[in-house]
Design a protein. Structure first.
Lengths: 243, 208
């Protein structure tokens, strides 16, 4: 095994500059978690990257920026923050009910939308399976496409499911979106391709080629149609957490 | 000796010793807005400068600035002391948000529609403190001391938001060449800038 494969030093510099994409980041995260030498070198490279902005001519931010931050901060206190100078109920109680209410409302809206979609789809085994409570839910964020999001609903058997997305841009006929499941130290596996409608939404049946417990990253890339053997485009959606 | 990134902050009034960055984060977690205000006073200017360099649009840079500090405030981003210092973490958040915007089609469409920013459209900066000016010169000199190809690789990655593969395609160079250039550039910058980063420790040499 070459030294570079044993210690991916050249990728550490790129990582510190933000130049690695999903599966490569996962590989480096795994490595530095187990290699103190590389973890130390990565920290040094991060320090170097953080000094780069010091070489820029400083530009002061507009005064209204702080006013906006202060106003928003006053409206949205950190979770668990105690209200300074008050007595009585702890701060967490003050934030708990609004958070639970917002969560319940969002789940209700999601469920209503999902039921609407289900009732307007042709009946079939996959729809019937999804009509039962799905086994797992994966939430994807628009890391490469701000404003986009996705929900991966995996059936109880763990082998197939449905992907619902919003906010992705429609692609030309020569391009397609593709779902990937990434394991450590292995090539990403495709979960299928899909396209979005004019409104930027997709509802696609997908395959789940690996156990979700083995996946370190789940994401969506843009690829040449009809899809690629491995990711070649940047990740537009990536899973943050799943349960 | 304080972190060079901290020297950029405005000089505090009075003789009161300013709390360290991690203390400000602790106060913010407790909901103390004064901690957020102090952190913003220290690094808001640098975050905005970095964001503007990446997105090239003052309104978008302001969005990045606001988003960065609000994500620190509401706990969307959590600081891990094992992965570096607070200013590095802040710059990382800001850069990632700026690159996200840079990649968005909306931003690209806006840039296509707008005229390039004219010189002098920004509010004039206050004169730098002596040590901040020296720091900036040191970073500029270090970058200018790199071979053009290495500096290009650094800037396309950090400010351009391009992956190594995208840089290779952009420059028509093999991916391995780009990785080597990037690593060599970072090693040279590390050697040159280490007195700024860790003035109490000797500069690391080669592979650690």
């Amino acid at each position: 095994m070459t030294e570079e494969r044993e210690h991916p030093i050249e990728d550490l510099a790129a990582y510190a500059l933000g130049g690695l994409e999903g599966p490569e980041r996962v590989r480096i995260d795994d490595h530095v978690g187990a290699c103190a030498a590389c973890a130390g070198l990565l920290e040094q490279y991060r320090a170097v990257a953080a000094t780069l902005p010091l070489g820029l001519d400083p530009v002061p931010p507009p005064a209204e920026a702080w006013a906006v931050i202060r106003a928003e901060a006053a409206r949205h206190r950190p979770p668990g923050a105690e209200r300074v100078g008050t007595t009585g109920r702890p701060g967490w109680r003050r934030v708990m009910w609004p958070v639970l209410t917002a969560l319940a409302a969002s789940l209700l809206v999601w469920n209503v939308v999902l039921q609407f979609e289900l009732t307007h789809r042709p009946p079939g085994p996959e729809v019937e399976a999804l009509a039962r409570r799905p086994g797992r839910l994966v939430i994807l964020a628009g890391t490469g496409a701000p404003g986009a999001s996705g929900r991966l609903l995996v059936a109880i058997d763990g082998h197939h499911g449905h992907l619902a997305t919003a906010g992705l841009s429609p692609l030309s006929a020569e391009r397609t979106y593709q779902l990937w499941f990434v394991r450590p130290r292995a090539a990403p596996m495709s979960g299928g391709t899909f396209s979005v409608d004019a409104g930027g939404r997709a509802w696609a049946t997908i395959t789940v080629p690996i156990s979700l417990d083995d996946a370190r990253l789940i994401g969506v890339t843009e690829e040449p149609a009809p899809g690629s053997a491995e990711p070649t485009g940047r990740y537009v959606l990536e899973a943050k957490t799943w349960r | 000796m304080p972190d060079p990134l901290q020297r950029v902050r405005p000089v505090a009034s009075g003789d009161r010793q300013e709390p360290p960055d991690v203390e400000l984060l602790r106060r913010m977690r407790l909901g103390e807005e004064h901690g957020l205000e102090l952190l913003y006073a220290r690094y808001g200017g640098l975050v905005f400068t970095l964001a503007l360099r990446i997105v090239g649009d003052p309104e978008l840079a302001r969005e990045v600035l606001q988003d960065t500090f609000l994500r620190c405030w509401d706990g969307s981003e959590s600081f891990d002391p094992g992965r570096g210092r607070v200013p590095w973490w802040l710059m990382g958040i800001a850069r990632n948000r700026a690159v996200d915007l840079l990649r968005s089609r909306l931003h690209q469409a806006r840039l296509r529609e707008r005229e390039p920013l004219a010189a002098g459209t920004h509010e004039a900066a206050q004169p730098d403190a002596t040590d901040a000016l020296a720091t900036r010169r040191a970073v500029i000199n270090a970058l200018q001391g790199l071979p053009v190809a290495q500096r290009q690789a650094i800037e396309l990655a950090y400010y351009g938001g391009l992956s190594q593969s995208e840089i290779a395609r952009e420059l028509g160079a093999p991916l391995g060449t780009i990785k080597s250039r990037t690593r060599e550039a970072m090693d040279r910058l590390r050697a040159l800038l280490w007195p700024l980063i860790e003035p109490q420790r000797e500069a690391p040499d080669g592979r650690d």
